[in-house]
Every structure is written in C-alpha cells, then in structure tokens.
Write a protein that binds this ligand. Structure first.
Ligand SMILES: [Zn+2]
Length: 433
C-alpha cells in the first residue's frame, strides 16, 4: 500500500469582525511561538521535532496558558521544519542571514484543535473556545470527496486580512495498492528535457526549464535595479512577489503535466517507472558551469528534484511502482557494446568507441536505466544481446530508430494527449518539414 496526499485550498465565508479578531490574536501568539522556537533551534542546532518539544514545551506552554495546548505541539513542528530547511540551506552556503525570518505564517492544526463538521464547515479550537467556520466548497474539493479520498488529521489555516476570510489548506489522503509491473519505463530528467523509453522508442519532452528559470532570474534582476532607481524599494517588493508567484505557477504547471503524461502512460501499460537515484548535490554536470550558487540550486530544484517529485506524487496516486537505480555512468557507456561513448565539446550526440554508431546522450541514459532496472542490482555493466522486455515483445535495440529520440515539443505535450497520439502528431510535424 502506498499513500498519496493532495492539498486542496478552500476559503471560508467572510467572517464577522468579532470572530475574525479571535484568529488575528491566535495568529499573533502562534507567530511569536514559532519565532522563539526557530531562534532556539538554530542557536542550539536542534533539528528534531521531538527534541525541540522535549526542551521547550513546558516553557512555551506556560507563556500561553489560554491557548489549547496542542498549538504548542504544532508550533514546534512548524518551527523544526523551518529550522531544518534553514540549516540545510546554510550548509549549502545559500542562506543570506544568520537566522531565518518568519515572514508568512500559516497556523498548523492537528486533530486536537480542528474537526471536520459535515462537508462544508470545520470547527477550530481557539483561546476563546471552539469556533465553527463555514467554507465555500468548489469543484476540485468535491472531486476528492467523491472519489474516495479522506481528510488527513492535519490542516493549516492562513488569514486573509483584507477579506476577513480564512484560507484553509485541507489535505486529502488515499491509500492505493501498487500493481506488479509488466515492464519498465525509464525516465531521464535533464535541465531542459525529460526523456523516456517506451517499448524501445525514446521520447524527448522539451521543458526548457533552464531557460524558464534563467529568464525569470535575469529579467527580475534588471527590473529590480530599474525600479529601485525610479520608485524606491516599496514598489520593488510588490513586483518581486508578483513575479515569483508567476514563475512558481509556471514551473509547477510544466512539472505536473509532464508527470501526468508519463505516469498515466506507465499506468496504462502497467509498467514500473525507473528513475535515477538523485544525490543531494546540486552540482550536476550540466549546471556546474553556473557560478551563482543560489541560481544553481534553483535550477536543480526546478528541473531535477521538482519533476521527480511530481512523478513520485502522481505515481503514488495511481499505484505505479517506482524503481530507483544508481545514476553512475548512465550516459557514458554504450548499451550495446558496453564501450565508452565519446561526446565532443558538450554535444548531446556522441559516438560509441566500440561500434562507431551515434547516440543521443539522453537516449543512452534511458537505455542504461532500463538495463539497470532489468538486472535489478544497479550494476554498471549491461549485457546487450538478447534484450527482451518482460512482456516478451522484441526491443529494437541497435536499430537506428532507438538512437534518436522522438522530440515532443511543449505545445504538444502541454495538451496532454496520450503518447500514441502525441507520437502521431509529432511524426506528422516531421513530415511537413
Ligand atoms: Zn556501441
């Protein structure tokens, strides 16, 4: 059994001033707790929630005797999550300050301080007692309710002070049985594309993630500089926030669509998805050249981690098994001759030093992921002859067709057609040229 989770955001109805002010007070106290706890964690290098709670529960509880005690627990959880991610960034040399700022706060609730109340309201425990909050359900919310997802015991709320509404982050959970795979679908994630190998045919989905991240980064930088000169820092902050949101939404959209496309293909075939086991180091070959450490980190997150995460999430929802293999040498060795492939000055096309044939780097990677999964031991010496997928159909390995991927441009996969249709469209496009 695997557990899939999804967060759905709903808004409360506009609250009476008297009730909303209770939540403003609650948020104030919660923010203070989190700020204190984060500071303490960083100062004393406390990373675990359990330890933070053990050390600080009593003291914090005594400071806020009117607050339901479980807010201290959730504030500890919140704080230890913030401290952990800050310490990680600091270790990578990416933190700008000594301590993390607690800028935006959402109040974490556990099952002691909130309860669902029918389908369209929840109850929340506050320092003024239990309060019932009606919310506005929408299509997406009903879809999860009607498709057998259940609400998790944790939730978060945020205050929209302008509209006197609560923004409620409901988490839905579903448990799914993983199927037994009938074959493998290797996926190779790169900074600008995602390549898969389906029954011996490679498809290359163009993502242009790097251009997307780089473009936003440089554009924002120049706008910031100009704005500072013209209007001062205030307008700068506003624009910065706007652009950041837009960039995030766009990247997320790319990730989700690619992931759905790939995972649904695997599901239809009842295959397992094969992924590279990614290390923590953002120093991937292709982004090593980027000097700015923060930028490098962002590209890594956006293109590698982000897409993998989206695939993992979708796979859990459909019960698609995932297999992780060692990424070592995946694009360096010829899957047929087991000989090194030579790539001239960072070209994506290389020549096999054994057979002299040409290979596309990402196709090589896919084949090697596939072979590693077949052998199941993550070893780096594939045996090329007699390759047969688990369903028995022959693999056209060695034919030229496998060496050049079918390119799937963004406008095509973004429409989210199934792969056979996509292949058809792409071939038609090629014939037109
Ligand atoms: Zn070869």
């Amino acid at each position: 059994m695997v557990k899939a989770t999804r967060t759905v955001i709903v808004r409360s109805i506009k609250l009476p001033r008297r009730i909303f002010s209770v939540f403003v007070e609650l948020e104030g106290m919660y923010r203070n707790m989190v700020e204190q706890l984060v500071l303490f964690s960083i100062k004393n290098n406390v990373k675990s929630f359990a330890r933070l709670k053990a050390l600080k529960y009593r003291e914090t509880r005594n400071l806020y005797p009117h607050l339901p005690s479980h807010y201290v627990y959730t504030a500890c959880q919140d704080a230890s999550t913030r401290a952990k991610s800050f310490l990680r960034l600091k270790k990578l040399g990416l933190a700008k300050r000594e301590y993390p700022e607690v800028k935006r706060v959402s109040i974490w609730l556990d099952d002691h301080v909130w309860k669902p109340n029918g389908y369209t309201s929840i109850r929340i425990a506050t320092h003024k007692g239990w309060v019932t909050i009606e919310f506005e359900p929408h299509k997406q919310y009903w879809r999860y309710v009607n498709r057998g997802w259940r609400l998790a015991s944790e939730t978060k709320i945020k205050l929209d002070k302008r509209n006197r509404q609560l923004i409620i982050y409901l988490t839905f959970v579903k448990e799914v049985e993983e199927y037994k795979p009938k074959g493998y679908l290797p996926v190779d994630v790169n900074e600008d594309n995602v390549t898969i190998l389906l029954d011996g045919v490679a498809y290359l989905f163009e993502t242009n993630m790097k251009t997307l991240v780089l473009g936003y980064y440089y554009r924002r930088k120049s706008i910031q500089e100009r704005c500072d000169k013209l209007y001062g820092v205030r307008s700068r902050i506003k624009r910065k926030v706007m652009r950041k949101l837009k960039e995030r939404a766009k990247k997320q959209d790319v990730r989700r669509k690619i992931a759905s496309n790939i995972v649904e293909t695997a599901y239809e075939k009842q295959y397992a998805i094969v992924l590279e086991k990614l290390g923590k180091k953002p120093a991937n070959n292709m982004i090593k050249k980027i000097k700015d450490r923060q930028l490098r980190h962002r590209i890594f997150q956006a293109s590698f981690r982000g897409i993998q995460r989206a695939i993992e999430e979708k796979a859990r929802e459909l019960g698609v098994p995932l297999i992780y293999v060692n990424p070592k040498h995946t694009s360096k060795l010829c899957p047929i001759h087991n000989a090194p492939i030579n790539y001239d000055n960072s070209s994506r096309i290389g020549r096999c030093s054994g057979g002299g044939e040409l290979w596309h780097r990402d196709v090589v990677a896919c084949w090697n992921l596939y072979l590693k999964a077949l052998r199941g031991d993550g070893s780096i010496a594939p045996s090329p002859i007699g390759l047969v997928p688990l369903d028995g159909s022959p693999v056209p390995l060695g034919s030229t067709a496998t060496h050049d991927p079918i390119r799937v441009p963004r406008p095509v996969w973004a429409r989210r057609k199934s792969l056979p249709q996509t292949q058809f469209t792409t071939i038609l496009n090629r014939m037109k040229r």
